[in-house]
Design a protein around this ligand. Structure first.
Ligand code: DP6
Length: 328
């Protein structure tokens, strides 16, 4: 067993937005999903994390955005470091320093970029030299969506059936590279039901969950074909449909729950209005009230102008496809 290491390793990972959503685990301990999913890594939102395992520390010291976090706030990070210690054989406490870079007021800090950066920095600081596939598997154990942030551009998380077979793979393509995501922050407050709790509750209580598993297979095959054919219309249509199908699993839970607010509905209607007026755009929504508008570069200006007028310019951020995980 290795007992010493004092290398500080810093990694940067970008967040991703799922176009075909992950919503439900068949194994909550290992984070093995019921369905595969597909995302786009974004250039605008990222987490930078440094990790050092240090013989002088008696316990893990975790700082996020310049605040030392303890107790329940640090439990997921601490559990993840335990896993890295187990897998590396290193028996030291760690100093973790993490900063989320999100544009002013975007409110989009995400567990995907956080655990992807932590997996990369911690595994390397512990002396593990993981392949990108193994790094994706490790990041998955922190937060499912984090396994996709190891890679840039379009990424598929292949659900697999156990720890070894569930990981993300990049979709190598030059197609749809003028795609843009206009992130609209209608609400900065934390979501009332976390994704983790919300998906577990949908699996347990929505009578439509078995149908979701079936339709995701078809949605995924269709969106991959749309990427291959460079077909933005089909790509956007399937993304919007899949997001609404996911949210139907919250509405059909018992008791039901809903991530949308009134402003979410206003924004959704505005996307449809623009689309019907010939400005092609679609929306997707995660486990919260904010919406991400999927469009192409040519329409970015009119879309950002429209939503800046409705909600204020500070609420609107434009993202492009972003890179995979990097070491500094
Ligand atoms: C709606 O990856 O945050 O964003 O695995 O429990 O940490 P855990 O969940 P998380 O869930 C993401 C849910 C989603 C859809 C998606 O990103 O695919």
């Amino acid at each position: 067993m290795t007992t010493s290491s004092n290398k500080t390793v810093t990694a940067v990972a970008h967040t991703n937005i799922a176009l075909i959503k992950y919503w439900g685990k068949q194994d909550s301990e290992l984070i093995i999903p019921y369905t595969s999913s597909l995302s786009l890594t974004l250039d605008q939102f990222y987490t930078q994390t440094s990790v050092q395992f240090n013989a002088n520390l008696s316990e893990d010291r975790i700082t996020i955005d310049d605040h030392v976090v303890t107790g329940t706030g640090s439990k997921r990070v601490h559990d993840f470091l335990e896993l890295v210690r187990q897998e590396s054989g290193l028996n030291l406490s760690a100093e973790v320093n993490s900063t989320n870079h999100v544009p002013t007021a975007a409110g989009l800090a995400s567990s995907a970029s956080a655990f992807a950066a932590l997996a990369a920095a911690a595994s390397k600081a512990a002396g593990m030299n993981l392949s990108l596939t193994d790094l994706s598997r490790l990041a998955r154990r922190g937060s499912g969506s984090a396994c996709r942030s190891i890679f840039g551009g379009f990424v598929e998380w292949q659900k697999g059936f156990d720890d070894a077979s569930s990981f993300a793979v990049p979709i190598e393509t030059r197609h749809l590279n003028d795609i843009r995501i206009v992130a609209l922050t209608v609400e900065k407050h934390q979501k009332p039901v976390s994704s983790r709790k919300g998906m577990a509750f949908s699996v347990k209580t929505s009578p439509y969950y078995p149908t979701w598993i079936k339709v995701v297979d078809a949605d995924l095959a269709n969106i991959k074909a749309a990427i291959k054919d460079n077909d933005f219309t089909r790509f956007g249509t399937i993304s919007e449909l899949n997001a609404m199908r996911m949210h139907a699993l919250t509405l059909s839970a018992d008791p039901d729950f809903l991530y949308f607010t009134g402003d979410t509905l206003v924004a959704m209607n505005e996307v449809k209005r623009l689309r019907h007026s010939g400005i092609e755009c679609y929306y997707t929504i995660d486990a919260g009230p904010n919406i991400k508008i999927i469009c192409q570069q040519a329409n970015v200006k009119v879309i950002t102008d429209t939503f800046s007028t409705l909600f204020g310019p500070t609420k609107v951020t434009v993202a492009k496809p972003g890179p995979g995980v990097k070491y500094l």
